[in-house]
Design a protein around this ligand. Structure first.
Ligand code: FE2
Length: 129
């Protein structure tokens, strides 16, 4: 696995690109953390950061898309809600259960793939606007 920043993700909108960079960096950190037997609180800190940071970023991006009448605005909003649900669900599970039952690698891969596909397929439509 590997969440790596790529020039393919550049929309040309400075704030959006910075947010995406931070999200991918955090996912990379999570992937690194998993390899060194993290404690429950280390994983939870990282996932809670991801949840609150993506919430902030999605809000910002959604208002920008709305402002620009971007054709992907509706789809973007729907996909964001799905992602937040997913991360929130993981966080709830960690908070209430023994997280070591969960395959952390699967979670990291799922979140990374989701973000990368989303940036390439939906967020890049901001560029074309
Ligand atoms: Fe988005």
């Amino acid at each position: 696995m590997g969440s790596k920043w790529s020039t393919e993700f550049i929309t040309g909108l400075k704030e959006i690109d910075e947010h995406h960079f931070t999200i991918i960096k955090k996912l990379y950190e999570i992937e690194q953390l998993i390899q060194i037997n993290p404690t429950k609180s280390e994983i939870m800190d990282a996932l809670l950061f991801l949840e609150s940071y993506t919430q902030m970023h999605f809000k910002f991006e959604e208002s920008l898309m709305a402002e620009q009448n971007c054709p992907a605005a509706k789809e973007n909003k729907q996909q964001h809600a799905m992602f937040i649900d997913k991360v929130h669900g993981f966080n709830q599970n960690f908070a209430h259960n023994d997280m070591m039952d969960v395959d952390l690698k699967d979670i990291a891969v799922e979140l990374s793939n989701w973000i990368i596909n989303h940036i390439l397929q939906v967020d890049m439509k901001l560029k074309e606007n």
